[in-house]
Design a binder for this molecule. Structure first.
Ligand SMILES: [Zn+2]
Length: 197
């Protein structure tokens, strides 16, 4: 693991001395990738990303969750990946606060639960709607509600790995309709932090 201290200000607290960590990972059925993390030792700001080191195409992965076993399918989500569960209206898109993560379908559902619980506080007028989605997630966890998890990444840095996964290349049209990460981080340092429209 390589670690560097950057002479760039933290995007949250403005203090200098961000720690940049890079670690090479070999993920079976996916390939070699670089996991990068930027940590601010002053305020705790953290930003992680995953980049494929091998050749990769824009890809779409889809898995039908039909039993508890499917919950253990691996989910690698880079900051350029969009995750959709159409049956419950859940969507996780690239954005300034969206981090890369490696988890499984169950861990992904937990992330959605965290977001929904936060939403219950922020938008009390949608309480009933949110409760309904939380109930459905409960059923999915016990393999009692069939849903589809779709992961699309125009940069090919994300994947779902499991028994019932279908994968194919994204069409040009599909790539056009996907959001890219709003933060593009250059390896030269945080001075190159770009905000795309
Ligand atoms: Zn900071």
């Amino acid at each position: 693991m390589a670690e560097t201290v950057l002479d760039s200000p933290c995007p949250v607290c403005g203090k200098r001395g961000l720690i940049y960590r890079a670690e090479e990972l070999k993920i079976p059925h996916f390939g070699n990738c670089l996991q990068t993390t930027i940590i601010c030792p002053h305020c705790g700001f953290r930003h992680a990303d995953i980049m494929m080191l091998d050749i990769h195409d824009p890809m779409r992965y889809e898995i039908s969750i039909e039993s508890e076993r499917d919950l253990s399918a691996k989910v690698i989500r880079s900051t350029s990946g969009t995750i959709t569960i159409p049956e419950i209206g859940a969507k996780l898109e690239p954005g300034p606060l969206s981090e890369a993560f490696i988890t499984n379908v169950e861990g992904l559902l937990n992330r959605f639960v965290d977001i929904l619980v936060q939403l219950m506080h922020d938008t009390p007028e949608k309480l009933e709607e949110i409760r309904e989605v939380l109930r459905k997630i409960g059923y999915i966890r016990h393999g009692r509600e069939r849903v589809t998890v779709i992961l699309e990444d125009p940069l090919g840095n994300s994947a779902i790995i499991g028994e019932h996964v279908r994968k194919r290349k994204l069409t040009e049209e599909e790539v056009k309709n996907l959001k890219l990460g709003e933060i593009t981080l250059s390896l030269r340092g945080l001075n190159d932090l770009q905000h795309n429209p």
